[in-house]
Each structure stands twice: as structure tokens, then as C-alpha cells.
Design a protein around this ligand. Structure first.
Ligand code: MN
Length: 237
């Protein structure tokens, strides 16, 4: 099951899951580090994740150069992926999305911190990267490696970072982990939007986050969630 073709199938499934769970829509993307060439990554051609199939998957250098383009259109924000893989040898998968539930926490002082157990996987504190800090007025799209590296620097050693007025990036030491974190980042954001108007929120403690996140990334836990989400997305896990 660890063959390249199985990982390509999993990457298609990840695209479909993120679409089904409404983490992505027409936009947003998910990549994996190439399992045999760690200086490369695999990412779909420019296409809505719900429509991605194995034939859409392309291999890129960390600088975002395609190895076999065949005239296909490419996501302009490839530097998000290359910048993070370059800075973080431990990262094997990257999700970028514009979740409408997450966005409010990128433009206000309200912190996006885990407030229920299944969100422990997102980590204690999510930094907010503002492209305007170092690049002045832009389209907000991360289209250069300089911008991708700046975003990766803000992410630091963390699981995820918010992007002001744009979205977020979520990483994993495995694809299923990144998908789980991206899904529960959005669920946690929705729950915070429901809780904050009611009063002061009690967030998970650092100890709770550590204990619960350890439990979540066990293969049995990741596998159970993946099987469920894949079935919802019409994929055989
Ligand atoms: Mn984007």
C-alpha cells in the first residue's frame, strides 16, 4: 500500500474529501512530498479539487517547475507548497484553503485556538501571516518563492498558519494527518464562531492538546476518519 500509485490514489482521495467537507471549493489545493524524490512534490494541475483525478497529478521541483507539464494549467500558488517543503523536512503533505469559517480569525484579533478535543491536532497557537508586511500591496496570492518562504518562516515549526484576508495552510507528517487537521481546523473555527458570542471561551490547555493530538495521529484514529471521509466523498479508501 505504500507504492507510488497507492499514494497518488490517496492524493486524489484527499482532494475529494476536502471538497466534500467544504474545506475547499473551486479553489484551494493539497500536495504530497514525492515519496521517492523528497526534493519534489506532487500536486494537481489547476483544477477544482472535487474534479481531480490521478491523470491531473503533476510532479514539481520545490521551486515549482513542472517535470512533465504537457500544456496543462498550473496553480499559481505553488510556492506555498515549495516554500513549506523546503523549510520543513518533516512535512509530507500541505493543504491550502480559503475556509469561510477560518477567514474571520485571519482579519481580527480573535485567536484561532483549539476549543474542543478533536481540534487538538491543529496545535496551540496559529500564527497569522500578512503578505503585506513584507510585500506591500499584492493580489494576496502567494506566487513567488520569496513569498512562499516568508509564509513558511511564519509557520515555523507549527501545524498550520492563517493568511490574512486569504485563508490558511495546514501541514502533516502524513497526508491523512494534514487532511484531518484541515477538516478539524474548519470545524473548530465554526464552533468558535458559535461560542464567542455566548461569552468567554475555555480553550484546551497545552497538556490537553498534547495528549489528545497524540491520540489523534495514531494510525487507527487516522484510518477510521479517513475511511469515513473517503466514503462520504464516494471514494474507496
Ligand atoms: Mn489561495
Amino acid at each position: 500500500m505504500n507504492t507510488l500509485s497507492a499514494q497518488l490514489e490517496d492524493l486524489v482521495t484527499a482532494n475529494r474529501i476536502l471538497a466534500r467537507e467544504e474545506v475547499v471549493d473551486a479553489f484551494g489545493h493539497v500536495s504530497i512530498r514525492h515519496p521517492e524524490r523528497p526534493g519534489h512534490y506532487l500536486l494537481s494541475q489547476s483544477r477544482a479539487p472535487e474534479l481531480v483525478d490521478t491523470s491531473d497529478l503533476m510532479e514539481y521541483t520545490l521551486e515549482g517547475e513542472p517535470l512533465n507539464r504537457q500544456g496543462r494549467p498550473m496553480y499559481s500558488e505553488r510556492p506555498i507548497h515549495g516554500g513549506i517543503y523546503e523549510a520543513r523536512p518533516d512535512v509530507q503533505a500541505v493543504v491550502h484553503n480559503h475556509s469561510p469559517a477560518v477567514l474571520p480569525f485571519s482579519v481580527t484579533a480573535a485567536p484561532l485556538r483549539p476549543m474542543f478535543h478533536l481540534a487538538a491536532i491543529i496545535g496551540d497557537r496559529l500564527p497569522v501571516w500578512d503578505i503585506r508586511d513584507n510585500f506591500s500591496d499584492t493580489s494576496l496570492l502567494v506566487t513567488t518563492m520569496e513569498q512562499g518562504r516568508d509564509l513558511a518562516a511564519c509557520l515555523g515549526r507549527g501545524r498550520a498558519a492563517l493568511m490574512r484576508g486569504h485563508g490558511c495552510v495546514v501541514t502533516g507528517s502524513a497526508l491523512k494527518e494534514a487532511v484531518m487537521a484541515a477538516v478539524y481546523l474548519q470545524v473548530n473555527a465554526r464552533l468558535l464562531l458559535a461560542s464567542l458570542p455566548l461569552g468567554e471561551v475555555t480553550y484546551l490547555s497545552p497538556g490537553e492538546i498534547q495528549l489528545m493530538s497524540q491520540s489523534q495521529v495514531r494510525p487507527s484514529s487516522l484510518g477510521r476518519a479517513w475511511e469515513y471521509w473517503a466514503a462520504r466523498a464516494g471514494r474507496t479508501p
